[in-house]
Write a protein that binds this ligand. Structure first.
Ligand code: COA
Length: 165
């Protein structure tokens, strides 16, 4: 049976932490689908189309190759996992606070479909403090985010901040 992984997220914006997880997850599966959630509830700074385009460019830059597919999705994660034939959901874990939230989400998803396993990758210690929300705040207030996101994402954040002024 081929292993199809689904790495879901809002990715608003895509950070070095996400790049690290993708680089490691892709080694564990035959195909990795990066599911970019609409997640209007999080009030994303970047549109869904912008987030998908950014991740495609990032994956090309890291040479993640043709094992990766980047797609937008709406609705329930577990429905989307079925739609793309994923048998593994990949999530990154940073802190014990992440654990509480992830534990609950995994338990609910397991009740919805027992065939899909969630696999957690511990965030690399150097990325453990990165948060997309904090990156947005720093960028909007003119701070330097280059340690947390790629040059491309830094430029996109600067453009958003300039447009908001
Ligand atoms: N290193 C550093 N940071 C990391 C990281 C890593 N390895 N992995 C995640 N993060 C951070 C992100 O920066 C982000 O920070 P923020 O919360 O401050 O913005 C945070 O962890 C999580 O963001 P992201 O990775 O983009 O995922 P998410 O938690 O927003 O994604 C979905 C959530 C899409 C999986 C979830 O909302 C979902 O499944 N939605 C569909 C509806 C559904 O099915 N809900 C569940 C019902 S049980």
């Amino acid at each position: 049976m081929s292993r199809v992984g689904l790495y879901p997220g809002t990715f608003d914006p895509f950070t070095n932490g996400h790049t690290d997880i993708i680089g490691r997850a892709v080694k564990l599966v035959d195909k990795l689908v990066i599911g970019v959630a609409l997640n209007e509830g999080k009030g994303p700074l970047f549109t869904l189309e912008e987030r998908v385009a950014i991740i495609i460019a990032e994956c090309e830059a890291i040479g993640a190759g043709d094992k990766i597919v980047v797609q937008p999705f709406k609705g329930l994660l577990i429905h989307y996992a079925r739609e793309v034939g994923a048998n593994i959901i990949v999530r990154g874990l940073r802190t014990s606070a992440d654990f509480e939230y992830e534990f609950q989400m995994t338990a609910m998803n397991q009740q919805l479909d027992r065939e899909v396993e969630t696999v957690f990758l511990m965030a690399d210690p150097k990325h453990q403090a990165i948060s997309s929300s904090l990156v947005k705040v720093i960028a909007q207030l003119g701070g330097d985010v280059s340690k947390f996101v790629s040059t491309r994402v830094t430029d996109r954040l600067a453009a958003k901040a300039a447009a908001a002024r």
